[in-house]
Design a protein around this ligand. Structure first.
Ligand SMILES: [Mn+2]
Length: 350
């Protein structure tokens, strides 16, 4: 197939082994990272070589990184941002040296993603991640000692408050400026090494707790892509993240950006969007949520998409225990469903 199916693997501690991943039909690539190094530090070549070799020993290719985190001081444009961007560039070079073709990252302040519950039980007994607005409105990280899933647990509450204050002062335009500085340094390095940088949209794609968020909608993504007009400056188009805002037309966005050759990586998952903006993560099938996954895959195939695809978060089913969103079974079902759609539509548009 043209597109390359992939699966996220959290390394040796991941309860989902590489052997299990290799047993999913049609699996091509492993999406991983050196997870035990803090943002702003260089990844060891030995660690990268180990991941590469372990994947190869299971017939899989380690060619997608998710992610190299961007240090908060880069996003805030603080004094040591310049040095930290040097480190970031060095990590791109090292990843490329060990065969990586696509690097995912995000430019979200403080929190990578936000949900109010990780194990919401559906009537069929499966559990999934959800965000309920009535739960969210009772949370205030400036006043309460709260820890939500997806938040870096290494921050103390007062550090979180300090960061939120700093970002409030920076504002959206300040964040755009710092993203521009970052891209102008990083993209030429990626071009040199044959790597595509793939920014992950903000999850969910709107402001939370007053923090600026900018990778949220078509208008802003157009602005992002025009900052450095390069085939190395790409999107990791996450259907579930952008799809949490009802105003985003996901099929139209996938069509537009895949036609322009600016999608390097597709995260495909379905969400059920509620009237008040709440959402539940659902099984991948179109019929299970608010997104037309079939149509999303159809436009990708029509535009001869040859980048990476992974089934994004899955539910917990069949009694599986593990990292919420990252169990084996439902993601494997998702991969199989997506492979079926791609096979059908790639043949049709061949
Ligand atoms: Mn995603």
């Amino acid at each position: 197939m043209k597109m390359k199916m992939s699966f996220r693997w959290y390394g040796k501690d991941d309860p989902v082994s590489l052997q299990y991943i290799s047993q999913i039909p049609g699996m091509h690539s492993v999406v991983s990272a050196v997870y035990d190094v803090k943002p702003g530090e260089v990844w060891s070549e030995e660690a990268l070589l180990n991941i590469k070799n372990e994947c190869l020993s299971h017939g899989l290719v380690f060619d997608v990184v998710e992610s190299i985190p961007v240090h908060e001081d880069i996003k805030l444009g603080r004094n040591n941002a310049d040095r930290l961007i040097d480190v970031y560039c060095e990590n791109i070079r090292r990843c490329a040296k060990y065969g990586v073709k696509c690097i995912t990252y995000n430019f979200m302040p403080v929190f990578d993603w936000t949900r109010t519950q990780l194990d919401k039980k559906a009537p069929d007994g499966s559990t999934s991640l959800v965000m309920y607005m009535d739960q969210l409105k009772n949370l205030n990280p400036l006043e309460d000692d709260i820890h939500l899933p997806g938040w870096d647990a290494s921050y103390t509450q007062s550090q979180v408050r300090g960061l939120i204050g700093a970002y409030e002062k920076l504002g959206q335009e300040g964040l755009w400026e710092n993203l521009t500085v970052f891209l102008k340094r990083v993209i030429p390095v990626a071009e040199e090494c044959g790597v595509k940088m793939a920014i992950h949209p903000d999850d969910p794609p709107y402001q939370i707790f007053g923090l600026p968020r900018i990778i949220t909608c078509e208008e802003n993504i157009d602005r992002f892509l025009s900052i450095v007009d390069s085939k190395s400056n790409c999107l990791c188009l996450c259907t579930g993240s952008l799809g949490c805002a009802g105003s985003n037309d996901i099929v139209a966005m996938v069509n537009k950006y895949s036609k322009a050759g600016r999608i390097a990586f597709m995260h495909i998952r379905n969400v059920k969007l509620m009237e008040d903006g709440s959402f539940e993560e659902r099984a991948h099938l179109s019929m299970c949520g608010s997104l037309d996954i079939c149509e999303i895959v159809r436009v990708l195939a029509m535009n001869k998409y040859d980048g990476y695809v992974r089934p994004d978060h899955g539910r917990m089913i069949w009694g599986e225990q593990g990292r919420p969103g990252y169990g084996l079974y439902d993601r494997a079902l998702g991969a199989t469903y997506l492979n079926g759609l791609f096979e059908a539509f790639e043949k049709k548009y061949n």
